[in-house]
Design a protein around this ligand. Structure first.
Ligand code: AMP
Ligand code: ZN
Length: 112
């Protein structure tokens, strides 16, 4: 998608601080962290938001969660972490490319 911020990050047109990459998934540090660890994990395929995940994306979305586990292990988030997905306007989604926030490194409160 030409006008998508995260597609531009995937293509390297906008710099990012990458923590994981394979042919299907990219993870990079959030530019405005709200926790000591705040990483965005995204599919390289442009899916605008969670409600547009299709049956054919099931394996890809499942893989995102095992990648999150690998990152969490690498970063020694042994005491746990939080995964957040904001979907659409009411969900507070600002970037319309599916992404999962991986948050940790401290005991998190109720609000995000
Ligand atoms: P959301 O509100 O769920 O759509 O989250 C979008 C997230 O993207 C926010 O936490 C932003 O801080 C983050 N963000 C926006 N631009 C960038 C960027 N260039 N690099 C890294 N993170 C970004
Ligand atoms: Zn995109």
């Amino acid at each position: 998608m030409d006008n998508c911020l995260f597609c531009k990050i995937i293509k390297g047109e906008i710099p990012s601080n990458k923590v994981y990459e394979d042919d299907e998934i990219l993870a990079f540090k959030d530019i405005n962290p709200v926790a000591p660890v705040h990483i965005l994990v995204i599919p390289k395929k442009h899916i605008s938001c969670a409600k547009n995940i299709k049956v054919e994306d099931e394996a890809l979305i499942g893989k995102i969660f095992t990648v999150i586990n690998k990152i969490a292990e690498d970063l020694k988030l042994d005491k746990g972490f939080r995964i957040v997905n904001n979907c659409g306007e009411d969900g507070g989604q600002e970037v319309m490319h599916l992404h999962f926030h991986l948050l940790g490194g401290k005991k998190l409160g109720i609000s995000f």
